[in-house]
Design a protein around this ligand. Sequence first.
Ligand SMILES: C=CC1=C(C)c2cc3[nH]c(cc4nc(cc5[nH]c(cc1n2)c(C)c5CCC(=O)O)C(CCC(=O)O)=C4C)c(C)c3C=C
Ligand code: FES
Ligand SMILES: [Fe+2]
Length: 388
Amino acid sequence: MVPVPRTTALTRSLARSLATLNNAPPKGKSPTAIVMLNMGGPSTVPETHDFLKNLFLDGDLIPLPFQSILAPIIAKRRTPQIEKQYEDIGGGSPILHYTKLQGERMAQLLDELHPETAPHKSYVAFRYAKPLTDETARQLKADGVKRAVAFTQYPQYSCSTTGSSLNELYRRGKTGEAGDIEWSVIDRWGTHPGFVEAVAQNIERALAKYPPEKRSETVLLFSAHSLPMSVVNRGDPYVMEVSASVSAVMDRLGHSNPYRLVWQSQVGPSAWMGPQTSDAIKGLARLGKKQVVLIPIAFTSDHIETLYELDLEYVKEGKELGMEIYRAESLNDSPVFIRALADLAATHLRDYSSGKIGPTSIQLGLRCPGCTNATCGAQKSWFARGGR
Ligand SMILES: C=CC1=C(C)c2cc3[nH]c(cc4nc(cc5[nH]c(cc1n2)c(C)c5CCC(=O)O)C(CCC(=O)O)=C4C)c(C)c3C=C
Ligand code: FES
Ligand SMILES: [Fe+2]
């Protein structure tokens, strides 16, 4: 009798591995899309103007009177200064590079962790830089995607960041631009143990630069992008969630060091959440603190705020004030962090498939008490129905 070739578990797993090597779905089965949401940044200096224009056009981030007229004017005026900053950090923002890398490695791990929804394919949907959400929506349709997870890459939720990305995805999705897709959302994960572990390990690496006998005197200065007080007072959850991340990291470190949470990168003349990072460094120097580690806690890859503001401005300032000051690395290609992303997505897919959770978290359903943006309400209802 001629032996009939059989598909063994080994050959199936080999086929799956080959398919995920280039992150392409095998023929016939549409991929489960994991859509990585973030703001994006100009990958090259000449893209700075369009990035700023898109950013100032976003009424969910910066509500301006006569927005469509004022935004291009402000963007044009601000471009030379910000172009110079991107030049100084090496000619552009590394956010696209790291988001692609994180997404591709996460999707490979997901195929192993949750084969029931394999193959998984990661997509990037940026709010202000290429690939923009509309381009990604068209790609999802072209790939025949039927099931997608909108996965925010901001660990802590703000209506001006994740909320803005979800509003944009809702606008694209409801017109059918992305095709006929069943959506669910991972909207925040600032206390996930893997995220906390990855941040803690980077802090420990920075602390190791001091002699062991002086290590515990070092002040840990967690720094997050600030928010206008008008957004905080509307009831935005970001400040509370960033504080929860800091507490979780300090618990993991066994409260080995004194610490503070401070806020950076405020723009314009209105009141923003404080204390500002640069004032905090000066204040600590005045109080005789000589050792400080700066820790980016609200963004997962390097960007202008870490590479320019923290490294080129504040670390330099601290050194001039006689401090020994270092910055904890951003998460970038941290394998611990990428495994955390995969765990978040696998748990979400498993709980969703079993009916344990719905398409969105319970917390996403609640609008800020001071919200007057009708799109927020429509977006939350649309995602709560699985994007239908
Ligand atoms: C969690 C992170 C961020 C929050 C919250 C956030 C809120 C926020 N931002 C502005 C205005 C600007 N932000 C700009 C750049 C920028 N913002 C973040 C992150 C958060 N912003 C990042 C990572 C970046 C840099 C992108 C990169 O380098 O890759 C800018 C442009 C730069 C500049 O002109 O200074 C503006 C403007 C507001 C108003 C706001 C809250 C409402
Ligand atoms: S501003 Fe927070 S829900 Fe609308
Ligand atoms: Fe910002």
